[in-house]
Write a protein that binds this ligand. Sequence first.
Ligand SMILES: NC(=O)c1ccc[n+]([C@@H]2O[C@H](COP(=O)([O-])OP(=O)(O)OC[C@H]3O[C@@H](n4cnc5c(N)ncnc54)[C@H](O)[C@@H]3O)[C@@H](O)[C@H]2O)c1
Length: 353
Amino acid sequence: MTVRIGINGFGRIGRSVMRIISAAPASGITVAAINDIASPDRLAHALKRDSLRGRFAGTVDTVGGQLIVNDRPLWTYQEAQPGRVPWADAGVDVVIEATGQFRRGDVARTHITHGGARKVVISASADDPDAVLVFGVNHDIYDPVHHDVISPASCGVNALSVMAKVLLDRFGLRSVQTSVVLAAQGWQRVHDTTSGTSRDDPRLGRAATESIIPHDHVSGDLVSVALPRLGEVRYSYYCVPTPIGSLAELGGQTDRPVSVDEVNHAMAEAAAGPMRGLIDFEPDPTVSIDVRDNPASCLFDPSGTQTTGDGGVKVRGWFDNEWGFSHRLLDLSRLVGERKPVPAGILYKTAAA
Ligand SMILES: NC(=O)c1ccc[n+]([C@@H]2O[C@H](COP(=O)([O-])OP(=O)(O)OC[C@H]3O[C@@H](n4cnc5c(N)ncnc54)[C@H](O)[C@@H]3O)[C@@H](O)[C@H]2O)c1
């Protein structure tokens, strides 16, 4: 049977998830319900027309406040608090928590304790989830009994971690430094602002289109959560004013000196083998827009590989920060979703109704 997901927050990530599932109806996963504070009409418009991804390749409608996608009615809610969304009515197995507002494990858990979902996958780095699972890197530690609220870390950590795992497994890796150059995010502002987006860093409140904005974000640490053998990971993080397509660079020290060819060969082998679908190997010269719509966690760029005679190594990968990450959210949802008989979504409901 099919895993039914509920999407909390139908923004860039939520709509990417919808588009991916809509394009692959036989993928064993379906969107059963959506909750967003925006009106269903507004959500329908946002799904139909997207400035970056173009028109939705399916049908979108609303009837009586309910979203109808590809002629299938979805349970459609408009609740601001996660604990008030009655996911169980829609037979939701897994909630993808994609509002960006509820990244604490205890708050996200209310989708289960109050809403009746079985599992929650938070679409970001989170505080105190039951587990941080990076698909292809450590998702095999998933424990269905103890892991209900899961974070896949961030899109950047996914890109870094798959490259780190290949280097670690093949050559040994330590003293790791990382940088992520991240495409513009929805929470950034066109003009300087002192409220809403700063996350305690005033630089994040600066005009998004005017600057390369450095941010000392902790998510680099999560590479070592997924791969504790790496030890301490140092990181840098820069927001740039391109709309989509991001860059991850990872440097470190291998256990023995390696050549550029050895590193690139290891990545190509991984991309064709155990990391198929998670690492894509791209020998053509690449710029960030080339990664748009790529479903991998990382589009490995062999032209970025550098090594030194004493075991120093640096590698580069691109990632579509929305599209690749949304595929990983679905990989995880498939992993944790439990299959059971479910009702069809036929009614528009709010918790108060
Ligand atoms: N966009 C990316 O490239 C990207 C990549 C990886 C992870 N993420 C993470 O995913 C999360 C969502 O990012 P996004 O880019 O989709 O953001 P977004 O702003 O495009 O979408 C957020 C959606 O949540 C809705 N929302 C806000 N508050 C709500 C509430 N209280 N209840 C219900 N709905 C609410 C908004 O109306 C909006 O539709 C963030 O945590 C972000 O860090 C984003």
